[in-house]
Design a protein around this ligand. Sequence first.
Ligand code: UD1
Length: 341
Amino acid sequence: MKKQCVLVSGGAGYIGSHTAVELIGAGFDVVIVDNLSNSDRNAVEGVRRITGVEVPFVEADCCDRAAFRKVFEQYEFDSVIHFAASKAVGESVLEPMKYYRNNLTSFMNVIDLMREFGRQNIVFSSSCTVYGEPEKQPVTERTPRKPAESPYGNTKTMCEDILRDSLKAYDGLKGIALRYFNPIGAHPSALIGELPRGVPQNLIPYITQTAAGIRECLSVFGDDYPTPDGSCIRDYIDVVDLARAHVAAIRRMIDGKNKEKYEIFNIGTGRGVSVLELVHRFEEANGVKINYKIVGRRAGDIIAIWADPTLANTELGWKAERSLDETLRAAWAWEKHLRNL
Ligand code: UD1
């Protein structure tokens, strides 16, 4: 039987590179397209080293329709996983047009080209950010979406709507939006992982860089929230587990198991962990001390959110498997690999 091929846009990025590895491990061919605007060619090399496969890589911007069309002309994939997008919440507030132009144009190009070339299955990287500050925990896929707090978040909501409407209108196309909770960790080989540019905005890279001595002190944003220890609560999902959810989503569509043309799944562990708990678990799992101080709240932060992943468990046959300690050890191993520690 002919091998199925998947185009991974943003495949040199953090989640994209891990997904490429898991797809290849599951027997798929993969083509990576990435403009390297917030990623590194070395991630593609990492994917090749882990898998032993010379994965084709095209350096192109999905917003550049002509360049992107060439990828569709050259490769015969039936499925696309669309990661390529800008993702810094703070930057999106300062540069909204960059976010709307980049995240919406690239996504609309994907859908248009898939129609033009008769490609069938699309997975879109959405986010739990679409739920805003939820009234009830854990959130299910039926929890109402809230108006986005940032242009970044709004692009996720808008792309979900673009996908929903397109799938309703166009035959021959089906899609799944995966709403990620907080992806953390790295591949156990320590050959790929998260590569933040400049000062990390997200918690885990800040913790690992503090442990490595690159940052002096982690600022914990607020200990006066209405949570058991006063710090915010999130659902931290291992990036390898998250990558496998994409494989399950693609399989579901290829096997015709999807119940609707458009489906949505929460991808989380179902476990809420506070910032302070995460810091202490990291210290214990890795035997290192993290210098931290409590500072004021960060504007726009959600107090608490964690997933009800039941639908993904039952329908996708997917479950988060790696323990938090394993994940935190992988995150530290990756940081040490990067810094030659
Ligand atoms: C945010 C977005 C999410 C997006 C992700 C990727 C929202 C609600 N969430 O996640 O959709 O995919 O960014 O960029 O918009 N923290 C500290 N000190 C730090 C850094 C973080 O205390 O130096 C705390 C934060 O206050 C928060 C938690 O750690 O409570 C997690 O923060 P972060 O890793 O930035 O992710 P989110 O803000 O949850």
